[in-house]
Write a new protein. Structure first.
Length: 176
């Protein structure tokens, strides 16, 4: 099983999986031909009390070094608020986690002595759950007229502030 294949399995039809070059300059592609993997499909929203009735299209771009670099996710959801405070740095891309958080999660799985298939299964489910959670928050914001990201929804801050918050969080876990 591959990580991209596991993500593909979690999506609904129509769905696809394929490759594309990392760079549009084909001279560079010839020197470094490792492609990005792109998984597309429909995601039934199931987080935060949703039943899966609302479905959105998503695209997930997986880097060759996927264990160190969080996959990039985009959505075609019409209710997405293209605002930094809503974790949409550039529409249609969603900021659903930190690279540091992703590496920590995978490291935690490796350290648990789980096999590679278990790590791929858990990692892909973690990505989909986080993407679903963020998009569902946007759905609820749209549905209920929420214009400012509620503090009780939680999320890491932006940029270096978020990285510091996450690192402080992991330090408290280590100290416990």
């Amino acid at each position: 099983m591959t990580f991209a294949g596991a993500l593909h399995e979690l999506l609904h039809h129509p769905k696809s999986i394929g490759c594309r070059p990392q760079d549009q300059d084909f001279r560079k592609v010839l020197r470094d031909p490792i492609p990005l993997v792109v998984v597309k499909g429909k995601l039934p929203l199931r987080q935060h009390g949703e039943s899966g009735e609302t479905t959105v299209g998503i695209e997930i771009i997986i880097w060759p070094d996927w264990m160190n670099v969080l996959p990039v996710a985009a959505t075609d959801a019409p209710f997405i608020r293209p605002e930094r405070d809503w974790h949409i740095p550039l529409k249609p891309y969603v900021c659903y986690a930190l690279d540091q958080e992703w590496r920590w999660k995978l490291s935690e799985l490796w350290n648990s002595d789980a096999g590679s298939n278990a790590i791929i299964t858990a990692g892909s489910a973690w990505c989909i759950r986080n993407i679903d959670s963020l998009i569902t928050r946007h759905l609820h914001g749209h549905r209920y007229g929420i214009t400012k990201w509620p503090k009780q929804w939680g999320q890491w801050s932006h940029g270096q502030d978020g990285i510091r918050e996450f690192e402080a969080f992991t330090q408290t876990l280590k100290a416990a």
